[in-house]
Design a protein around this ligand. Structure first.
Ligand code: OAD
Length: 228
């Protein structure tokens, strides 16, 4: 059972040049999430949805991990099973910084999923609506990301880890999207210390708040953690 569960959100990758969703100018001010991030939107216009994720995949490929990703990767290496790293981010910047065993609860941009037979495979940089599934050959290719209305991955593993941990840390997430937004309540209910690291404090439900840019606050937090 991990001692610390860390949850990351779009704010962690903001300084790598990947936009957040809800900050000024964020993705959800440019795109209608009902059109590009729901199964219904995909059924209506798969070409448009693929274009949205192709654009995000290209942006991700062009981005590099920042000091916060690198600090967290060091923490996973040094703490091993004592730390569980969970991300809502669909980018691969944790992995490219060297982090081990990251749980991508909202899926991954670099994954493809067949919605006919559930086969998964590595996504090419550009995916198209009529790409055939390599397993069943049906043209039912979608990005392997979790859309609104779908169940995030590994919920049981994550929630029981938080309930049994000593500390829950949420970094760069607005805490508006459930079920991840409810993780702090699980921590509170089980007497687990909760820490928020964010540019602007969010819900006030955390025991401790470290305010600032992730590239500054996260390396400092990890240094303290590894020295304690
Ligand atoms: P949001 O865009 O909702 O929130 C980003 C958070 O990061 C905000 O609280 C910002 O204050 C903070 N932030 C911005 N820049 C920062 C920086 N440099 N350092 C530290 N914090 C910073 O993104 P998420 O909470 O990750 O889901 O969004 C959650 C989910 O909503 C996403 O996974 C996605 C989205 O819709 C799906 O698409 C299913």
């Amino acid at each position: 059972m991990p001692r610390i569960v860390v949850l990351t959100g779009a704010g962690l990758s903001a300084e790598s040049g990947l936009g957040t969703f809800r900050d000024v100018g964020g993705l959800w001010s440019q795109y209608d999430l009902n059109e590009v991030a729901t199964p219904e939107g995909f059924a209506r216009d798969p070409v448009r949805v693929h274009e949205f994720y192709n654009m995000r995949r290209a942006n991700c490929r062009a981005a590099a991990p920042n000091a916060a990703h690198i600090a967290l990767a060091k923490a996973t290496e040094q703490l091993g099973d004592a730390l569980m790293l969970v991300t809502q981010n669909v980018d691969d910047l944790h992995e490219r910084a060297g982090a081990q065993n990251v749980i991508h609860m909202h899926g991954r941009l670099d994954g493809a999923l067949c919605h006919h037979c559930d086969h998964r495979w590595p996504a090419p940089l550009v995916m198209q609506a009529d790409d055939p599934c390599p397993a069943c050959q049906v043209a039912a290719t979608r990005p392997d990301v979790v859309w609104f209305g779908e169940m995030p991955h590994e919920m049981e593993t994550i929630t029981s880890a938080i309930a049994g941990a000593d500390m829950f840390v949420a970094i760069g997430t607005s805490g508006t999207v459930y079920p991840a937004a409810g993780f702090v309540d699980i921590a509170q209910d089980h007497g687990v210390e909760s820490v928020e690291i964010n540019l602007d404090p969010t819900s006030g439900r955390f025991d401790r708040i470290l305010q600032g840019k992730a590239t500054e606050t996260v390396p400092a937090f990890v240094r303290t953690l590894l020295n304690s």
